[in-house]
Design a protein around this ligand. Structure first.
Ligand SMILES: [Zn+2]
Length: 318
């Protein structure tokens, strides 16, 4: 009896002294969707980080290779990493050998560390600009912001930086599979890679594409992201996995390209006419009415117009 009491006491100490490491039943509500015979995606909520969604909002993905598993963007926290490992375990006992991180925004990669804890030799791959920016302070800023936005739900999350840098045009063999890296200028952020998984005819766009979700562009360039999406479209892959929102075929990429193209060309036109941001907004809102029900439309549109106007102004001097 005494030993059972002692065990229970120890268990409760363990549970209540490390709240960030407790199992979180919120994550029980998600499971991996099978895209094809080797690719799986856990489609996350299309919201911004909150206490309710624990900061989970992206699309962690994994690819089952011959002897190991390749993960793409495991998510924002310790808990989302645990969920990714749980979903992999349902399908295979193979270890995780590689992780790709599409860009520096913390909702995509702060879960690296829990996977590295489980598989210490895991190789983490990203754009060199991402690694530099993360180490220069962006990682810590994201960790802090995530903790604040989720009211502490991401507590316990630690940083594991990528260790392998890959740039545009790089072809690499990872876990016996072929991957091509695409990175076009500044695009969604100035740290993006898009990942083409050749055998699976699958293309991971990172946040260059959101579907049914309008994404932030405060680190980006509209002109470059359009170029990046032209590249993605030209490759004619069977499956496209966006950074946020449902996966699909090339139409989801075309849809996102259309949004950026309408936005930028309209801003260009009204800028030439001498209009201010707030004066052009009603017309642009109308031109983009097809997107009005996408999550984040109301919050992001005004910001996108201001950012696009700055980019148009800057382009005048090129
Ligand atoms: Zn992003």
């Amino acid at each position: 009896m005494r030993s059972i009491m002692k065990k229970m006491f120890l268990l409760s100490v363990l549970l209540f002294t490390s709240p960030g490491l407790m199992a979180d039943e919120f994550f029980d509500g998600f499971s991996a969707d099978k895209i094809n015979s080797t690719v799986y995606v856990i489609h996350g909520p299309r919201e911004l980080p909150t206490a309710a969604n624990r900061g989970f909002m992206n699309n962690p993905a994994f690819i089952i290779a011959d002897k190991s598993v390749v993960v793409v963007d495991p998510g924002s926290s310790h808990h989302s990493g645990v969920m990714v490992l749980r979903e992999i375990k349902k399908i295979t006992d193979k270890p995780v050998s590689h992780i790709f991180n599409t860009h520096v925004h913390g909702d995509h990669w702060l879960a690296n560390e829990i996977i590295k804890q489980r598989y210490p030799s895991v190789e983490i791959i990203a754009d060199p600009r991402m690694i530099k920016k993360a180490k220069a302070g962006a990682a810590q800023t994201w960790l802090d912001n995530m903790l604040t936005m989720t009211e502490g739900a991401t507590k316990g999350t630690k940083i594991a930086y990528p260790d392998t840098a890959v740039s545009d045009g790089k072809q690499l063999k990872v876990a016996g599979l072929n991957f091509n890296i695409h990175s076009v200028g500044i695009a969604h952020s100035d740290t993006d890679i898009m990942i083409e998984y050749v055998e699976g005819s699958t293309f991971f766009t990172g946040d260059n594409v959101g579907y049914l979700r309008i994404l932030r562009m405060s680190d980006g360039s509209f002109r470059d992201v359009i170029k990046a999406l032209d590249r993605a479209i030209s490759l004619k892959k069977k499956h496209y996995i966006p950074g946020h929102g449902p996966s699909g075929d090339v139409k989801i990429v075309q849809s996102q390209r259309e949004y950026f193209n309408i936005l930028y060309t309209q801003v260009e036109k009204y800028y030439e006419e001498g209009l201010e941001d707030f004066e052009m907004k009603p017309m642009i809102e109308k031109a983009l009415s097809e997107y009005k029900d996408w999550d984040g439309f109301d919050e992001e549109l005004g910001k996108h117009i201001s950012l696009a106007k700055l980019e148009v102004e800057k382009a005048e001097f090129e």
